[in-house]
Design a protein around this ligand. Structure first.
Ligand SMILES: Cc1cc2nc3c(=O)[nH]c(=O)nc-3n(C[C@H](O)[C@H](O)[C@H](O)COP(=O)(O)OP(=O)(O)OC[C@H]3O[C@@H](n4cnc5c(N)ncnc54)[C@H](O)[C@@H]3O)c2cc1C
Length: 273
């Protein structure tokens, strides 16, 4: 869509990954006039297009961290909206498997952290129960932490649904629109893109995803059973990645966003809020 140089959006989101699409959805549903700027030829070309698809409880996140708060909120929101958005959920549960004595010794610590994080159903299981749950595990598993609430979703369809719902509620997505710079004049931002400037009162930077340093060295084991098992040689805490970057909000606080009456064509349909 050609940019009207006089147009001032309530909100500009930089980056069309899952974070950017989720932010765009929320603000579009709230009636904000918002735009998402994606540098690629299409959205969801970054980490969001091909991650491990685990819906995390946050059981092993640092207690009291923003990471934990985001995981808990995201987990609850996904479960709350997924049926209306027709999004998949495979209730797998997860197992953090110990393969050495030192890993087994750390399992109680993992359980304690999960409980401190409010995930009370996490518990340690012994080798017999582990084998019953996952008969296809390789030999040598000594025990595990069972995380009943961790499930598998589809990392692609969820943000795509968020983007569709945002568009249906008046949001705009501009592709091939890398943000190359920006300036704030005290009232609004002017973002530089090859297609011309984009002006907005608030900018949310959701472009700074970092890949996992640990994922490349992780050894992930996936069995043919229902649980998703995670393990790596250095410890039972296993497969992890850096905390997802927070969407950084520049300048004006959200309450400055003008709420507009906007038709909600899908209000009663599958994409209702
Ligand atoms: C191997 C791996 C496995 C993972 N498994 C899981 C998992 O099972 N469960 C889970 O919850 N998380 C998992 N994660 C983490 C998860 O994938 C990320 O936290 C999430 O995808 C980050 O989303 P994002 O929107 O912040 O970033 P991205 O998806 O990377 O999106 C950022 C977007 O910003 C765009 N962009 C960048 N610069 C600009 C610019 N200047 N202007 C405009 N656009 C720009 C990029 O093109 C990109 O589209 C995994 C990550 C990895 C690497």
């Amino acid at each position: 869509m050609p940019e009207n140089s006089d147009a001032v959006y309530d909100l500009a989101v930089i980056g069309g990954g899952v974070v950017g699409c989720a932010v765009l959805r929320r603000f579009a549903l709230a009636g904000a006039n918002c735009v998402l700027l994606e540098r690629g030829a299409d959205i969801l070309g970054g980490a969001s297009k091909g991650n491990s698809a685990i819906l995390h409880t946050g059981f092993d996140a640092p207690p009291g961290s923003v990471e934990l708060a985001c995981m808990r909120a995201g987990y609850a929101e996904y479960l709350a909206i997924r049926e209306r958005l027709n999004l998949p959920l495979v209730e797998t549960s997860a197992l953090v498997v110990a393969w050495t004595e030192s890993e087994r010794a750390r399992l109680p610590e993992i359980v304690a952290r999960a409980h401190a994080n409010g995930i009370a159903d996490v518990r340690e299981i012994g080798p017999d129960e582990l084998r019953r749950r996952e008969p296809n595990l390789g030999p040598g598993a000594l025990g595990a932490v069972l995380v009943p609430g961790e499930h598998v979703i589809d990392p692609w369809s969820a943000p795509l649904a968020y983007a569709h719902q945002a568009l249906a509620n008046g949001g705009t997505i501009r592709r091939n629109a890398p943000v190359e710079g920006g300036a704030f004049d005290g009232e609004r931002w002017t973002l530089q893109t090859p297609g011309g400037p984009v002006r907005a009162r608030v900018v949310v930077n959701a472009a700074r995803a970092r890949g996992s340093s640990s994922s490349s060295t992780s050894r992930r084991r996936r069995s043919s059973g229902r649980s998703f098992c995670r393990s790596r040689p250095s410890g039972p805490r296993a497969f992890s990645w850096r905390a997802p970057p927070l969407a950084t909000c520049w300048s004006a606080p959200p309450q400055r966003i003008r709420r507009t009456a906007r038709p909600r064509p899908w209000k009663r349909g599958p994409c209702a809020r």
